[in-house]
Structure formats: C-alpha cells, structure tokens
Ligand binder design. Structure first.
Ligand code: ASP
Length: 339
C-alpha cells in the first residue's frame, strides 16, 4: 500500500525550542529537526517538512494564519500537520477551520514540555498527528471532521478545543463535547463526529476572508465592573483601531448594571458580541432574565449573541467576519447559528 504524503509546516513554539547559551529555551528548531527526532514517522507516511517561522504562538498574528491557510490550499498532499506553540492553538486551529475548505486532514499539534525536560511531549504528539493524518477513517472523514488538534493521544475539533491549563502536559480538552478520537497502541479509535453546520455556513459566507485586518477588542466582565475601558476605547482617536468587540459576559449572558451604558455605546459604535466567560463556552440564555443587564434587554439593544462559542473563538470569528467585509445583520445571522 502506498503511504500518504504528509506535509509538516512548522511555525515555532515550545515543540521547536532549544536552549541558548544561558540555558533559556529559544525557538531554534525547524521542521527538519522535528522530523529527524521521530524516525517512526517514515513508516507511516512520505514526509515533507517545511519551516514557516520560528515564533512563539503567543506572537502569531491573524495575517500569519491567513498566509498559512493560503500555503495549505496550495499544497499537493494527502494530509497536513501544523506544529506551533500551545498558547494560541485554540484560536489558530479555529481560524484555519473557518478558512480552509479542503478534502485532506489538517491537524495542529504542539508540545507543553520543551525538549530539555524529562519526558517532553513534542515527539509523541507529532507522531500521533501523523498517525491521525494517515488513518483511513480520518482521511475518509476529513471534510466532516474539519481542522483537528491532536494533543496527548486525543483528537479534538478545532471549534471545541481549549487550553485548560497553563503548564500541565494534559493542558488540552474539549470540555463541551469530548474528543473525537483516541490513539491507542498504533490505532486511531473514532469516538464521535463533530456538529459543524455553523462552522461550514460561516466558512461559506466568509469565503477565504482576504480583506484587511480588523482588530477586535476583548473585554472580560467581572465583579463591580463599570466598563470604563470601553468608554476610553470609544474616546480614542479612530477607536484605537478596533473594528469590533467581544464581551465575555457573566453566567448565561449578563453584565453589571453599572456597565450597561458603556456596553450600549460600544454596541452602537461597532459590532459587539456577547460570549460566556463561564467554563468552556455556551450556549447562553436568550429569553430568561429581565432587567437592563441581562440577555433579553442586551439582545434588544443590538448585542450579538455568541452562541456556544468560547470568547476566544468568538473573537476569531468576529475578526474573520469583519475582514470579509460582512455587515452587522450578516454577522448576527452567522453567530446565531452557533446556538
Ligand atoms: N509560549 C509557547 C508558545 O505558545 C508555549 C508553548 O508552545 O507551549 O509558543
């Protein structure tokens, strides 16, 4: 049987670090180094390795991920692996899922433990990612699965995966839905298929979103917050460059009464999405609580309801919508599909 052609694109991150003269870990390794460290890869696939950048994922930009999506579209491969840092993997993988309409598995992986530590996880995660990309069920289901994240022998949907711990090796989970598959011995064991109708509808509407960057501010509502920061943003020249905002609201979609006036002003000035700060994402309430700072009035005042999306995912989607030039009703419809 011919082996699948798997193209590895390395961006940087802990998986690609090595110590400098002071012992501090720096982004030093390229795609070839990552591949050389895992000789077993060759038994699974014809590997092509390409170093795209050597940056920490905490410093990646939307533009870089758009360029990466364009590169992936241009590849002739049976599967694509992106290696990067873990810090923004939950955002970049979702952005790729919104941008890519391809028939082959696209998998993002990373490492929590750098290569100088005991039992680093980079090599194992890369091997697992290539195993998943080469797996017949995954290849057959590539469109249904969308972009995947593979970490610590579990496979997650990009819309659901979250980084749930800052340092532990088991830092990734999809707490709303669970993993789509697990790796056991040399097998990929399917567990479930993701419900991606809203992602697919968004991707169709966005259609590659090749416009200019559209910065989106993220506000995290908390006890006794009067949202003075929103007022400062609105007073700044050109609103400090922001074109949209996401508010991580409390509970089922609530904010403090003291913040309501500023939130209304913000929502009048730019598309503003409410997403839940609690837990792993929504869905949120739509018509339970009354009063100016709860869902019924906020929705009436023009706040866009983020559905089941975590605030970080909602911010990625809103940036992508604005970049694509969508107007407010189109953006509202698109978020609405997320519940
Ligand atoms: N700061 C690193 C990054 O995201 C952390 C990691 O890779 O785990 O690039």
């Amino acid at each position: 049987m011919t082996k699948p052609r798997v193209h590895i694109l390395a961006l940087g991150g802990t998986i690609a670090t090595r110590p400098d003269s002071t012992g501090a870990m720096q982004m030093g390794l390229g795609a070839d180094d990552l591949v050389a460290a895992v000789p077993l890869l060759e038994t699974l696939a014809e590997i092509e390795a390409e170093t795209v950048s050597r940056v920490g994922s905490h410093s990646l930009s939307f533009d870089q991920i758009h360029a990466l999506a364009a590169r992936i579209r241009g590849l002739e491969a049976d599967g694509v692996i992106v290696t990067q840092g873990t810090d923004t993997l939950e955002e970049t993988s979702f952005l790729l899922d919104l941008l890519l309409d391809v028939d082959v598995p696209v998998i993002v992986t990373a490492a929590m433990r750098n290569p100088s530590l005991t039992s680093p996880d980079g090599a194992g995660n890369l091997l697992a990612a290539v195993r998943v990309a080469s797996d017949p069920w995954v290849r057959r289901s590539a469109r249904t699965l969308g972009v995947l994240a593979v970490m610590l022998d579990e496979v997650y949907a990009a819309a659901d995966v979250l980084k749930v711990h800052p340092t532990r090796v088991n830092a990734f989970a999809a707490t709303q839905t669970g993993p789509l598959a697990a790796l056991v011995e040399d097998r990929v064991v399917p567990l479930s298929l993701p419900v991606r109708d809203a992602v697919v509808a968004a991707r169709r509407t966005i259609a590659g979103a090749s416009g200019k960057a559209a910065p989106v501010a993220l506000f995290w509502m908390s006890l006794d917050d009067d949202a003075a920061l929103m007022s400062m943003l609105l007073a700044a020249s050109d609103r400090a460059g922001y074109r949209g905002a996401v508010i991580a609201a409390m509970g089922g979609g609530h904010v403090s009464e003291r913040s309501v006036e500023n939130i209304h002003r913000l929502a009048r000035a730019m598309p503003t999405v409410i997403a839940p700060r609690a837990g792993a994402g929504g869905p949120m309430l739509r018509h339970t609580y009354g009063g100016p700072s709860a869902e019924i009035e906020l929705r009436r005042a023009g706040l866009i309801w983020g559905g089941r999306l975590h605030p970080l995912k909602a911010r990625v989607l809103l940036e992508t919508c604005l970049r694509a030039g969508l107007d407010r009703p189109a953006i509202t419809d698109l978020f609405d599909a997320f519940g």
